[in-house]
Ligand binder design. Structure first.
Ligand code: NAI
Length: 483
């Protein structure tokens, strides 16, 4: 079996060499095709941080094992890590957090065992990076949560939880505030949960989830979250088991999967051969499990746990009264401990299975379409305009442009209603939303909205517009705070 390997920048080559050395010593049936990605590829003028040959190889092989990569600072260059995850649609970021004996934490000292998995949606949310300045004072970001994207990651989480033998799967969200975006994610979670009656499925609001995780992490099993909340909660969980150096990460897609350490390139210690290879090794072990090499993965993981338990450590963790070892010595200790079992939480042996690559050639971009097909109506539009007028003055001017059936119903500023009712204590910025809705039974057309746009543009600087839709009997937009 052949996989693509990108060593990465900074400490990347050192920790990758250590991990491949461990894999070679374990005589894995793996071949490596080294590909060019990272800072020096950006520096050579490849704006996406990878050569065309690297892209072709990864698309053909379907598995990428990568070290951390530096994103050059400055505008116009996007992170190669994020580009890779998004371009190849690795929609599920699977991060496992387990107590490791030899890595002391407040929980290990209290005898509380942690074994939880965070599945973070990896493509959508604010990570589309679609941001605009509406006025010189006001920046906005678009937050995408889609039915198809949510289905992919939530189904992955349920399947993984079932295979792991989990008892509980929890959806973390903020649907009490973001009723349409987080609400859609939660709705999809609840729909898919019905197909897995053996799993206890529940949901927790993300702030409450954080509080519960830092007090009783042992009560959780598998947690699925949207991208930004998942990003934050997964690093919180890394802290529970000893830090980012002990947190593996898999980015799983239907065709291509990426396995990487979650920490960065550690420029402060690069080239010194003192970096800790554990996170990359644990990510590599996830990759072996993904490829069906369960027995070897368990053997190497038990050797790692035995090594940690015996007190051998790199400089970034462990008992300070025991001198630290360098990266090479740490990797050699793991190899020497092949076949040994740690006394705490040894990983149980599992049977190998045949990996079936899903990397069949595809010639069209897959379209994620749901079966929803409710009748559609346009009920109005939100016009985002720049103004320093007071709400009443603004309303008087806007009402002059009301069209036959399109009436001004609310004005809000930063989402808070300031007209027809509001408070003089609400601070304003120079960007308002004027909401026009139809009061007629017949739905509007796009031309009606364009006519209103044209009329309003005579008096206002319009920065953007959002159509107010309705599907079936559900209004597809939120109310202003106070509306
Ligand atoms: P970092 O994770 O590289 O370093 C933070 C601190 O942790 C440093 O003190 C470092 O020495 C230490 N550290 C990190 N990994 C370690 C290891 N394996 N062993 C021992 N100590 C370790 O984060 P930072 O400084 O914010 O980012 C540096 C660069 O890495 C940036 O260019 C950033 O864009 C990139 N980065 C890449 C990621 C990826 O490829 N997935 C993820 C995060 C950052």
């Amino acid at each position: 079996m052949k996989i693509a390997v990108a060593k990465g920048d900074g400490i990347g080559p050192e920790i990758m060499e250590a991990v491949i050395g461990i894999f070679d010593a374990a005589k894995l049936p793996l071949e490596y095709q080294y590909v060019d990605m990272g800072k020096w590829v950006f520096d050579k003028g490849f704006s996406n941080g990878m050569t065309p040959e690297a892209k072709d190889a990864i698309e053909q092989l379907g598995v990428l094992f990568k070290g951390p990569m530096e994103t050059p600072k400055g505008k116009g260059v996007k992170s190669v890590n994020v580009t890779a995850r998004k371009t190849w649609n690795t929609y599920a970021n699977d991060r496992k957090f387990q107590t490791l004996s030899g890595v002391d934490t407040v929980f290990s000292k209290a005898g509380i065992n942690i074994d939880l998995t965070i599945v973070r949606e990896n493509i959508e949310d604010t990570y589309g990076g679609i941001e605009h300045m509406l006025t010189q004072d006001v920046a906005i970001a678009r937050r995408f949560i889609t039915r198809g994207g949510s289905e992919q990651v939530i189904r992955y989480a349920f399947e993984m939880a079932q295979k792991k033998g989990a008892k509980r799967i929890t959806c973390g969200h903020k649907a009490n505030i973001m009723k349409l975006t987080d609400g859609l994610f939660l709705e999809v979670f609840n729909e898919i949960a019905k197909e897995y009656p053996n799993l206890k499925a529940d949901d927790v609001i993300v702030d409450d989830l954080c509080m519960k995780l830092v007090s009783r992490p042992d009560l959780f099993d598998v947690i699925v979250l949207t991208n930004l909340q998942g990003d934050i909660v997964s690093d919180l969980c890394a802290g529970l088991v000893g830090g980012l150096g002990f947190a593996p990460s898999s980015n799983i897609g239907d065709h291509i999967s990426i396995f990487e350490a979650v920490h960065g390139t550690a420029p402060d210690i690069a080239g010194k051969n003192i970096a800790n290879p554990t996170s990359l090794l644990l990510s590599g072990l996830n990759m072996l499990r993904h490829l069906g090499m369960m027995e070897k993965a368990v053997m190497i993981e038990n050797a790692l746990l035995f090594t940690l338990e015996s007190g051998i450590h790199t400089g970034d963790f462990g008992d300070k009264s025991i001198p630290s070892v360098n990266t090479t010595v740490f990797a050699k200790a793991i190899i020497d401990n092949f076949g040994k079992q740690p006394s705490h939480h040894p990983r149980p042996s599992l049977k190998d299975f045949d990996f079936v690559p899903t990397n069949s050639a595809i010639s069209k971009n897959p379209m994620l379409l749901s079966s929803k097909n409710e009748p559609h109506k346009i009920l109005g539009a939100d016009f985002f305009i720049e103004s320093t007028l007071q709400p009443n003055e603004l309303a008087a001017l806007a009402i002059m442009h009301e069209k036959d059936q399109l009436k001004l119903v609310t004005i809000s500023n930063r989402g808070t209603q300031v007209w027809p009712t509001g408070s003089v204590f609400t601070n304003l910025v120079n960007q308002f939303r004027l909401r026009f809705e139809t009061d007629a039974a017949s739905p509007l057309t796009q031309a009606d909205i364009l006519n209103l746009y044209s009329a309003l543009s005579k008096d206002f600087t319009i920065s953007s517009i959002e159509i107010l839709n309705m599907w079936g009997d559900k209004k597809a937009y939120s109310l202003a705070q106070g509306q």
